[in-house]
Ligand binder design. Structure first.
Ligand SMILES: Nc1ncnc2c1ncn2[C@@H]1O[C@H](COP(=O)(O)OP(=O)(O)O)[C@@H](O)[C@H]1O
Ligand SMILES: [Mg+2]
Length: 588
């Protein structure tokens, strides 16, 4: 329950709407309570008229009773409508605010968070969990207030008619409370399981859609379907058990309320014989007890709503109360054009045991191209991730003008940087919008797009599409080849006109000739920026100002291409090996 305190700030935000909702609930219940009271008076008056042998105008009596009863009903209904309009609408606003807050938090959190949480889970929290919390903020709160108000008003009226009968009639209520408490805690446990299974199910489904090509290629459709249907089956079973408990619940409550009615008739009857109560009083009592039925029967439902919401909010709080490790802490603008130095940097990924980078030092300046080469898993992409500040190093520093990177504005630093990652990602949008993604769009002309695409050697591909730059990519559009995607990603990075350009093995799906064309193009304006190229092909980094050879997280050699060849070390071996392979390819 404590977890739900988190959304109190929203109740404060919407306090006037909330207060109005409570007022409407009270007014609506006031009219609801007037109806039986009015009925009871009319019956007594009617009985008196009969016993005193006065002539009775039945038609008039019926019209009077019906008319006033209808009037009260309409008033009660009207305020019930207003109650829903204020409180339920408030809960929709809260839902909207909460979703916005969570989405904002998703955007703020760093890579570590995304490594630890499955996409399906993230999706579930922003839809399912927020939905359940809304059920608390809306119907849950509304019916609780309604129950409290109607209980106070109705019991007040009952006591004013007959305190002793009230006591008898309310006797089954404590039994009911205990029952409700027991059942709802069982339901809480069950619904937690249901929620967990649901998360698992959506993660499974999501992953199988994302990996559909692999599933088909390895002919695992049946196994995947089996896995999903097993999870769905578990979800169904658990939900059914929950429904079963729920189904027993309401009839039991209604039975107990029926018991109250019987008591009202029996003891009320006795009291009437003793002339301590009127017939109208009994009728009023029965009506009051019936009016209490729904609010009380809904108690179990309310408590399960609140408990499910508490469980959901607890899951949300795990995210919401988490502080991103890497965030904008200062406004100090970042002079990246002065170059960047890595000073004895070591790094290990969160929740892992070994250092992935050990004591890495190098520098890169404007006008320079630094190349990083090394076998898979040697830590090249990790260096790129540190350069993009997806993570900060555990020891050592990234320095600009002798000041550690975290001292500068993160926004300003990232603004001057462009990263082309190893696994390219394009959005399901037009090519133009993908290209413009990293830039303030107004500042870009069609010419800029053309220039960048020409440099990335992808313009001719784009022009071959019927819709050119407006071609839609992704699920509902054109599927590009790996190489085309990589080249569009490079153009996207170039459009940012960065001070530091990082190319993480992003030409792996491009053939050697095209790679050379692109690198030549990039070479033309390297004077305006610092470039870091990660590659496994020696041919593509030959012209770099400096080459770093990485192995198992350590720099094993560094220098220019010529210097490294004369060293006859790891680089030289790699060179020999790649030359031989090239020759073999040419000969076949
Ligand atoms: N997110 C991660 N969490 C834990 N370990 C990782 C993560 N990413 C990479 N690694 C590990 O770090 C090492 C270096 O990986 P990486 O930098 O991707 O190498 P490269 O780009 O040179 O192929 C590998 O051993 C890899 O398993
Ligand atoms: Mg890599």
């Amino acid at each position: 329950m404590k977890s739900l305190r988190y959304i109190n700030k929203y109740f404060i935000k919407y306090k006037w709407r909330f207060a109005l909702g409570i007022l409407f609930t009270i007014i609506s219940n006031y009219f609801g309570v007037q109806m039986p009271a009015f009925f009871s008076e009319s019956i007594d008056r009617f009985q008196n008229q009969i016993s005193s042998n006065e002539p009775v105008n039945y038609l008039w009596l019926a019209l009077e009773l019906g008319g006033i009863y209808m009037g009260f009903s309409l008033l009660k209904g009207f305020f019930l409508f207003l109650m829903r309009q204020t409180i339920i609408v408030m809960s929709r606003y809260i839902e909207f605010d909460l979703k916005k807050e969570i989405y904002g938090q998703y955007q703020a959190l760093d890579q570590t968070f995304y490594k630890q949480n499955a996409t399906g889970d993230l999706m579930n929290r922003i839809s399912e969990d927020v939905g359940l919390v809304r059920m608390y903020a809306g119907p849950g709160i509304m019916y609780t207030i309604n129950l409290a108000v109607s209980f106070i008003l109705i019991v007040g009226k009952m006591i004013s008619i007959s305190p002793s009968l009230t006591l008898f009639v309310l006797l089954p209520l404590p039994i009911m409370s205990i029952l409700i408490y027991k059942v709802s805690s069982t339901m809480n446990k069950m619904s937690l399981e249901v929620q967990k299974e649901q998360s698992l199910l959506s993660t499974l489904a999501q992953e199988s859609f994302a990996g559909i090509r692999i599933i088909k290629a390895y002919q695992r459709e049946d196994q995947t379907t089996e896995k999903v249907s097993q999870s769905a089956e578990r979800y169904k079973k658990q939900s059914m058990r929950l429904v079963l408990v729920n189904a027993f619940f309401s009839p039991t409550i209604i039975f107990l309320i029926g018991l109250s009615s019987m008591i009202a008739i029996y003891y009320g009857g006795l009291l009437t014989f003793e002339k301590k109560m009127t017939v109208g009083g009994i009728v009023a009592f029965i009506m009051y007890v019936t009016n209490l039925t729904w609010p009380f029967a809904s108690l179990g439902w309310i408590s399960s709503i609140i408990q499910r919401a508490a469980a959901s909010q607890q899951r949300l709080n795990e995210f919401l109360l988490r502080k991103p490790k890497i965030k904008n802490e200062t406004d100090l603008s970042c002079p990246l054009d002065h170059g960047l130095i890595l000073d004895k940097v070591s790094f290990r990924y969160p929740d892992t045991e070994v250092d992935v980078l050990k004591n890495i030092s190098f520098s890169v300046k404007k006008g320079e191209t630094l190349a990083i080469i090394g076998p898979t898993g040697s830590g090249k992409s990790t260096i790129c991730a540190l350069l993009a500040r997806h993570f900060d190093p555990d020891s050592g520093h990234l320095l600009i003008k002798d000041i550690a990177l975290p001292k500068y504005s993160l926004t300003d630093y990232r603004r001057q940087l462009a990263l082309v990652p190893q696994d390219v990602f394009l959005f399901s949008d037009s090519i133009a919008n993908n290209l413009k993604f990293g830039v303030e769009q107004e500042n870009l002309s069609e010419q800029d797009l053309t220039d960048a695409c020409k440099k990335a050697h992808v313009l001719h591909n784009i022009q071959a599409f019927q819709d050119g730059f407006q071609t839609i990519l992704g699920e509902r559009g054109v599927n590009l080849s790996g190489g085309q995607k990589q080249r569009i990603s490079i153009a996207r990075a170039l459009l940012r006109n960065p001070q530091l350009l990082i190319l993480d093995d992003c030409l792996s799906a491009v053939d050697t000739e095209t790679e050379e064309i692109i690198l030549d193009e990039l070479q033309k304006d390297t004077q305006n920026r610092a470039t870091i190229i990660v590659s496994h092909r020696i041919s593509s980094i030959r012209n770099a100002s400096k080459i770093i050879v990485l192995d198992n997280g350590k720099i094993v050699e560094s220098g220019t291409h010529e210097a490294l060849l004369t060293q006859k070390g790891a680089y030289f071996d790699m060179y020999q090996f790649q030359l031989e392979q090239e020759l073999q390819v040419k000969n076949t």
